[in-house]
Design a protein around this ligand. Sequence first.
Ligand code: SF4
Length: 69
Amino acid sequence: MDTEKRPQMSCDTCRFREKAEKASASFLGKIWIWHTRFCPGWKRYVRTKWEHGEAAPPVGSLRGYWQNR
Ligand code: SF4
């Protein structure tokens, strides 16, 4: 596990993600959640969070990380 501070990533401040977290059942929320199943940027984001020992994102695909959440 990487103990260095994780760099800021675009997913941290993504406005689309913010809207999806506030209203995951909305049309935009569903589209955003759907994109996390295949988006390489989101895949890199969750892997980096996991490698730094951070908590799982509240919504979106976990891409196989945080198995015991
Ligand atoms: S990968 Fe998804 S969550 Fe990350 S910045 Fe792009 S749209 Fe936003």
